[in-house]
Design a protein around this ligand. Structure first.
Ligand code: NAP
Length: 272
């Protein structure tokens, strides 16, 4: 990770912060596209080994090629306990260790209170939340050995609400609560647990959502105008930088935190 440039008399000198992630095995649910894809790519730059648990074949293959074979793709859509158990077993079979977990897979699926159904609500919570617990649970014996780290990708909607998306929000709020809960429970093992709250990040999921409006360009411009820092969306790489830092031992005294990487969207006065 390049941090800053020092101007010397003759040249610019690049100083590198060594994140010590070389050869570390990091699981990323939804690790082939969007935010998860950016995390996998960033980890490769750091010499780490991303394990992408994601059904997306084409994107995972691109990342695998980028890694020159130092990556693993587990092509499943996580839902049940067995899916997560299998993903952990496969990872350990191949690499014999796990050094970090990024719980990231999810989708804002619009199951509301008034227009949703109880069945759809339960399904939405299941697909957005339960695999966060399952992966952490089955990875734990290996994270204990490596003193690894967990990063949960939540959402600013967990603290602001959004409307018409009860299932997704219930999952995102629970992810924040579990971040604190696991940070406490895992203190004795020196396992750190943190959450990142993105707000508006231009990813394939976001693009699909924008395209659902009659005038997507106008809608996007309206959203950009409300983002205080630079009137632009957060990039997936900006979320990835935070995730990779939190996974690294440079974040060695950070645990139980909720980090907003959102250009000030959640907290700054957007009327300014
Ligand atoms: P994305 O563009 O849809 O990428 C997510 C990737 O995860 C896709 O490859 C997707 O595959 C895969 N995936 C989805 N559900 C999965 C599952 N159950 N098991 C395994 N893989 C699964 O989404 P994103 O925008 O990067 O979002 C990633 C995370 O950030 C989510 O938790 C989301 O809630 C959170 N977030 C995003 C934003 C934003 O503005 N983008 C804002 C706040 C929070 P398919 O495409 O085949 O489904």
């Amino acid at each position: 990770m390049r941090l800053f440039l020092l101007k010397t008399k003759t040249a610019y000198l690049t100083l590198k912060m060594n994140l010590n992630l070389q050869d570390k095995v990091i699981l990323i649910s939804g690790g082939a596209k969007g935010i998860g894809g950016a995390i996998s790519r960033g980890l490769i730059e750091e010499g780490a080994i991303p394990v992408m648990i994601d059904p997306s074949e084409k994107e995972a293959l691109e990342i695998f090629e980028l890694s020159k074979g130092k990556a693993l793709h587990i092509p499943i859509r996580l839902f049940s306990e067995d899916d997560a158990r299998l993903a952990i077993q496969k990872t350990v079979e191949v690499f014999g260790r796990i050094d970090g977990l990024v719980n990231n897979a999810g989708a804002n699926d619009g199951v509301g209170l008034e227009h949703g159904t109880p069945e759809a609500f339960v399904h939405s919570v299941g697909k957005n939340l339960f695999h966060y617990y399952y992966l952490a649970h089955f990875a734990l014996p290996f994270l204990k050995k490596s003193k690894g780290s967990i990063v949960n990708i939540s959402s600013k909607t967990a603290v602001t609400g959004q409307g018409n998306t009860s299932g997704y929000i219930a999952a995102k709020g629970a992810q924040l609560a579990l971040t604190r809960e696991w940070a406490v429970e895992l203190l004795p093992y020196q396992i750190r647990v943190n959450a990142i709250l993105p707000a508006e990040v231009f990813t394939p999921m976001y693009e699909n959502w924008i395209q659902s409006f009659p005038n997507p360009d106008e809608k996007l411009a309206e959203i950009n105008a409300r983002i205080p820092l630079g009137n632009r969306m957060t990039t997936p790489e900006e979320i990835a930088s935070m995730a990779i830092f939190l996974l690294s031992d440079k974040a060695s005294h950070i645990t139980g935190q909720q980090l907003y990487v959102d250009g000030g969207y959640t907290h700054l006065d957007r009327a300014l």
